[in-house]
Ligand binder design. Structure first.
Ligand SMILES: *[C@@H]1O[C@H](CO)[C@@H](O)[C@H](O)[C@H]1NC(C)=O
Ligand SMILES: *[C@@H]1O[C@H](CO)[C@@H](O)[C@H](O)[C@H]1NC(C)=O
Ligand SMILES: *[C@@H]1O[C@H](CO)[C@@H](O)[C@H](O)[C@H]1NC(C)=O
Ligand SMILES: *[C@@H]1O[C@H](CO)[C@@H](O)[C@H](O)[C@H]1NC(C)=O
Ligand SMILES: *[C@@H]1O[C@H](CO)[C@@H](O)[C@H](O)[C@H]1NC(C)=O
Ligand SMILES: *[C@@H]1O[C@H](CO)[C@@H](O)[C@H](O)[C@H]1NC(C)=O
Ligand SMILES: *[C@@H]1O[C@H](CO)[C@@H](O)[C@H](O)[C@H]1NC(C)=O
Ligand SMILES: *[C@@H]1O[C@H](CO)[C@@H](O)[C@H](O)[C@H]1NC(C)=O
Ligand SMILES: *[C@@H]1O[C@H](CO)[C@@H](O)[C@H](O)[C@H]1NC(C)=O
Length: 581
């Protein structure tokens, strides 16, 4: 904890809250005397060639009160449907909007009454429509000088609401759409193809681009998920993790502006500490990433398919689910294989087998020890297999049409726990985990999405990767599992209760059943109560914190559960306040 020895700490007690003693502890929000005047904002706008956008909530058409009121019954009804049916496509392209309904918080919403005032709530007040490093530098400088909260928004898909914040200035990266395949990339860590991906690209756009080029890359299953932001910076699991490692393991270069305004390319050799922290140490913490360059691999056939069996006899069903988990490690051992499935009270549904460079005999092979267990328990099943010509074809078929995909719940109450090999292979521990699943899925509302993968370091399946900040617990996991409950837009109080049940009971029970494991820092509920420094960052936390302090001495970067976030608090009016080391 290097920070403990910084000499300026002696002044913290007297100059409340800021290590440099120049600005107040809390960032200003509109209405505060210190909030910049229209003229000051206008000056910022001129320095960035008119790229400043004042947020007007998209749901202003649903209200007849408040500063943005513009009620239109038809437009509001259309929006209510659009949010529920294709929320990603509706909200992602909007600069100030928040995709996560918990942080959206029904401030200015089709689901509140017409006479509720339309207010910004947690939305940024202004966004900079970023076109390059100079816009980011201008935003950072303005936020620092004027004591304004800064947020970085690529897609707005963030379970912790990191891309939103009351009274904030948002660096809106949406239009950074670089997609560049470099067939002959050379560096000490990689000789071969690489992809440069802009911060504004969602994964679906990357897949559509690369599908016809003869390459595959490690990316998220969900097309609507951003690529270069929280996903890769927060570890990034993938259907291709068994084959090539985590998304963070693939990074060759980060194009980044540091909070102090320096524009750098961070690689394993240059600005190596920043490179290391950005690769798995969490987004929105160490710098503003404009693009990432990752390894690309030659594409080839991928076998895929589905398997489903139903809960027609509860004891037999849960026994079979337990056996399924116990066989998980051998299904993927020392191989590029991946198996993704949902467990609910109704069924175990494998919606994706991912067998890179194999035909469907690989699926029949891994199921050979399992299917007789279903027969023995009188549990009928349906199995379907396919030989696809490439990776994206398999993904597109299991997750639904790109770019957004259909299978991914846009707004769930969600957690994600790593499942250690030692747990599923131990009969007692396995049974304990199954009992937790059985108990919480019994109501019919919760299901658990899981992915079996092989992540063991060494061996010759996966390429070597540069040192990075991926939580070491990931390398001992056989699966990650996500308890999941879709958001109910029209009854947010029910969804808040779901979140409370998840964070208060279900997830702690999963943690207790999987001792010593970590959580996926990108897919955790915002009400999470576990020991987050340990479960999200593990032994890397202190080193990450020293890098955060080195690169962000001005306290510009904050996100819930981000490294160093306990140095801040949100006051009763929603201001972000620095409370000290
Ligand atoms: C910034 O300037 C542009 C161009 O003059 C203008 O269209 C835009 O409305 C301005 N933004 C704000 C927030 O005033
Ligand atoms: C209200 O919204 C509808 C649908 O978007 C649009 O066609 C109509 O012109 C709007 N009415 C007014 C008065 O703006
Ligand atoms: C949502 O709004 C309520 C008050 O309207 C506030 O108490 C709560 O803290 C807000 N939640 C978030 C996540 O901002
Ligand atoms: C943002 O900037 C891009 C060009 O970089 C432009 O095409 C787009 O219209 C701008 N968006 C908004 C909402 O101003
Ligand atoms: C499982 O249940 C679903 C829904 O009731 C049904 O459509 C399907 O045929 C069942 N599958 C098997 C293998 O029994
Ligand atoms: C997949 O390819 C293998 C090898 O050619 C073949 O035996 C199998 O029948 C094919 N499966 C399907 C579903 O076409
Ligand atoms: C994905 O599937 C849809 C049909 O479901 C198809 O129209 C589209 O071309 C596919 N996209 C890719 C990239 O394979
Ligand atoms: C198996 O798991 C149980 C329950 O967690 C634990 O008490 C026991 O020590 C474990 N056995 C072994 C051999 O690790
Ligand atoms: C859970 O599954 C059992 C079958 O084992 C069934 O009887 C029960 O109705 C299911 N519960 C819900 C809420 O679907």
């Amino acid at each position: 904890m290097i920070a403990r020895f910084f000499p300026f700490l002696l002044t913290v007690g007297t100059v409340l809250g800021n290590p440099h003693g120049h600005t107040p502890a809390c960032k200003y929000i509109p209405g505060d005397a210190g909030w910049p005047s229209p003229k000051t904002w206008s000056r910022l706008n001129s320095t960035i060639e008119g790229r400043l956008i004042a947020t007007v909530p998209i749901a202003h058409v649903c209200h007849d009160r408040g500063a943005f009121a513009a009620y239109n019954e038809t437009a509001c009804a259309d929006l209510a449907i659009a949010l529920q049916e294709d929320g990603a496509a509706t909200l992602q392209p909007q600069p100030g909007e928040i995709m996560n309904p918990y942080f959206y918080n029904i401030t200015c919403s089709p689901f509140t009454s017409v006479d509720t005032p339309c207010e910004l709530g947690n939305r940024a007040v202004y966004s900079i429509n970023v076109s390059g490093p100079a816009d980011v530098q201008a935003g950072l400088k303005f936020a620092r000088k004027n004591n304004i909260r800064l947020v970085v928004k690529n897609t707005g898909l963030d379970y912790m609401g990191k891309s939103s914040g009351k009274g904030s200035l948002s660096l809106w990266m949406h239009n950074l759409k670089t997609l560049e395949l470099k067939k002959h990339y050379r560096s000490p860590w990689h000789k071969g193809a690489a992809m440069k991906v802009g911060a504004g690209n969602i994964a679906g756009e990357v897949y559509e681009y690369i599908a016809t080029k003869g390459y595959r890359i490690v990316g998220p299953e969900c097309g609507l998920c951003g690529f270069a932001g929280g996903y890769t910076q927060g570890v990034g699991h993938s259907q291709l993790t068994s084959a090539y490692g985590f998304a963070a393991d693939q990074v060759l270069e980060w194009e980044v502006v540091t909070p102090a305004g320096q524009y750098v390319i961070a690689t394993p050799e240059k600005h190596a500490d920043l490179y290391w922290a950005l690769a798995g140490g969490g987004p929105g913490t160490y710098g503003v990433v404009l693009s990432v360059t990752v390894k690309a691999y030659p594409d080839g056939p991928v076998a895929g398919g589905t398997l489903i069996f139903n809960n027609t006899d509860a004891d037999a069903y849960w026994e079979a689910v337990g056996i399924w988990y116990a066989q998980g490690p051998s299904m993927v051992k020392d191989s590029p294989k991946n198996v993704q499935f949902f467990v609910s009270n109704a069924s175990l549904w494998v919606f994706a087998f991912v067998m890179p460079d194999m035909d469907d005999s690989a699926i029949h092979e891994i199921l050979a020890p399992f299917l007789p267990e279903l027969d023995a328990r009188n549990l009928p099943y349906t199995l379907e297999t396919h030989n696809y010509t490439g990776y994206v074809e398999n993904l597109n078929n299991s997750y639904g049409a790109l770019p957004y995909g259909e299978l991914c719940p846009v707004y769930p109450a969600l957690g994600s726990r790593m499942i250690p090999r030692a747990v599923v292979l131990n009969e007692t521990a396995n049974k304990n985990l199954m009992d937790v699943y059985r108990k919480y899925t019994a109501g019919g509302d919760w299901f658990v999405g899981c992915s079996f993968l092989d992540t063991v370091e060494g061996g010759d399946v996966r390429p070597e990767h540069p040192p990075n900040a991926v939580h070491p617990a990931w390398r001992e996991s056989i699966a990650y599992c996500n308890p999941n409950n879709p958001w109910k837009w029209e009854t947010p109080e029910v969804s808040i209760a779901d979140k409370e049940e998840l964070s208060g009971e279900f997830f702690p029970a999963m943690e207790a059943a999987t001792p010593g494991a970590g959580v996926y820092l990108n897919e955790i509920d915002s009400l999470y109560t576990g020991p987050w420094k340990d479960t999200m960052y593990g032994i890397n936390y202190d080193h990450l914190l020293s890098i955060k302090h080195k690169y962000d001495p001005y306290n510009l970067m904050y996100g819930l559960f981000a490294v160093g976030s306990d140095e801040y608090t949100i006051d009763e009016d929603g201001r972000l306040c620095w409370v000290g080391y």
